[in-house]
Design a protein around this ligand. Structure first.
Ligand SMILES: CC(C)(COP(=O)(O)OP(=O)(O)OC[C@H]1O[C@@H](n2cnc3c(N)ncnc32)[C@H](O)[C@@H]1OP(=O)(O)O)[C@@H](O)C(=O)NCCC(=O)NCCS
Length: 183
C-alpha cells in the first residue's frame, strides 16, 4: 500500500490541475469541473474564485491535492457545502441537514491499485474531522463502475436518485461514518 498525502491546493499546483482537467481520460465521467478545454487564463480565474469561496466559507470549500509520500502529485479532490434548498434531478438536499459534496480523481497511471479507495477513505475522514458535515454525498456517473466501487468501499450508499443526467447520488451520513471508521 502506497503512503498518500492530502494537502490543500496552492498556487503552484495550478499547472497540475490544468493537466488533469484537460485529460479526457480522467474527465470522461467526472462531471466537475465542466467538460471543456481549460486554458491558463481559465484556471487562474478559477483560482481567484476558489480562494474567495474558500475564505467566505472559512475553509468548508476546499480543493485538495493527492500526492505520494515523495510529493509526486497523482490526483485531486474537491469538497464543499451543498446550500440549503439545493436540488438537482431527483435528488434534493435534506432540509436542515448540513450536507457536503465531494469526489476524487487520479491520473490514469495510478488506477486499479487500490489508491482511489485509500484516498477516498482519507478524504472522508478529513471532511468529517474538519467540517460540521452531517451528510456527505458523491455523484458518480452510471458508466463509471470503478467510481461507484470506490465510493461504496468508502462507505457511501446508493440512493437510486439521479442527480445530473447519468449521475446517481450516493450518501454517507456522519452516523454511518462513525460506525464504519471507529475501528
Ligand atoms: C474512480 C477512480 C478514482 C478509481 O480509482 P482507483 O485507484 O482505480 O480505484 P481502486 O483501485 O481503489 O478500486 C477500483 C475498484 O473498481 C473496480 N472496478 C474497476 N473496473 C471495474 C468495472 N469495469 N466494473 C466493476 N468494477 C470495476 C475494481 O475491481 C476495484 O474494486 P475491488 O477493489 O473491489 O476489486 C479512478 O478511476 C479515477 O480517477 N477516474 C477518473 C476520475 C473519475 O471519474 N472520478 C470519479 C468522479 S465521481
Amino acid at each position: 500500500m502506497k503512503e498518500l498525502l492530502l494537502t490543500e491546493a496552492r498556487e503552484e499546483d495550478l499547472g497540475f490541475l490544468l493537466g488533469m482537467w484537460n485529460d479526457p481520460g480522467v474527465m470522461r465521467y467526472a462531471g466537475y469541473p465542466e467538460g471543456r478545454c481549460w486554458l491558463d487564463a481559465d484556471i487562474r480565474r478559477w483560482w481567484q474564485e476558489y480562494l474567495a469561496e474558500h475564505k467566505k466559507t472559512a475553509g468548508d470549500d476546499t480543493q485538495l491535492i493527492v500526492s505520494l509520500e515523495d510529493g509526486t502529485r497523482i490526483g485531486e479532490s474537491h469538497y464543499g457545502p451543498v446550500p440549503e434548498g439545493f436540488a438537482v434531478g431527483d435528488w434534493r438536499r435534506p432540509e436542515g441537514v448540513r450536507c457536503f459534496m465531494t469526489d476524487i480523481k487520479l491520473l490514469s497511471g495510478y488506477w486499479g491499485q487500490g489508491i482511489g479507495t485509500q484516498g477516498m477513505r482519507m478524504i472522508v475522514e478529513l471532511i468529517f474531522a474538519k467540517t460540521s458535515c452531517e451528510l456527505l454525498v458523491v455523484p458518480p456517473h452510471k458508466d463509471n463502475p470503478p467510481a461507484f466501487r470506490v465510493y461504496e468501499k468508502a462507505g457511501f450508499l446508493l440512493t437510486g436518485l439521479e442527480a445530473w443526467q447519468g449521475h446517481e447520488m450516493m450518501e454517507l451520513s456522519r452516523e454511518r461514518f462513525k460506525e464504519l471508521y471507529s475501528g
